[in-house]
Design a protein around this ligand. Sequence first.
Ligand code: HEM
Length: 215
Amino acid sequence: MHASAPTLATGTAPATSRSPSTLLDRFSYDDDIVRKFLWATLIWGLVGMLAGLVIALQLANPIFNLGNQYTGFGRLRPLHTNAVIFAFAGNAWFTGAYYASQRLLKTRMWSDALSKFHFWGWQAIIVAAALTLPLGITQAKEYAELEWPIDLAVVVVWVAFAVNFTMTMVKSVQCLISSRVPPGPRQLEGAHIAAGSSWHTLLLAPPHHSCSATC
Ligand code: HEM
């Protein structure tokens, strides 16, 4: 039997026939999550760069501070850096991770529910940052400005992400073992992304607090 090539629009992977049983495997990638992260990337990119434009204007002329404490350079600069790094670049990274990992591992994400939790959790964290930073609610440490409840939320969301990616990799390897295909570079790249997601959880959370005496 023959099946169509995978497309982003349908999210359908190629069907493969295996002799001698001519077993037909069909699965579909979760491209809905990829599109969600892509839209978030575009929207937050716009917001972040608009904030960048405003602070650039403020450097040129203080009239753009708008005469109140919430929109001054000191409040909007961290809004800009957090928005472009964590919201724009972060969502862009997740878009790529969900798109590439499923294809590298030839496996749908282990849990659509965890993917959705990751997406909405991350957007909620970004909204929390966008509200607290102009209000001056901050740890005042560059690139670690967010207050501890938001940090905790970051850890929960990234752990969900790491579990989902690790289990997707396990699923992919189980599939390989059952089909007697040795792991190849695709699985290694999947492992790289899964390890990266766990590592970032460690990277983001503890330094904000445990090292506060020295930084
Ligand atoms: C329309 C686009 C952008 C504008 C107008 C803009 C403007 C600015 C301005 C005025 C600053 C403050 C500079 C200062 O404190 O002296 C800044 C800082 C920064 N921006 Fe942007 N930016 C833009 C896009 C981006 C993008 C796309 C990224 C990253 C993905 C980015 C990352 C940063 C970072 C990391 C800093 C802090 C730099 C430092 O402390 O040396 N910006 N930006």
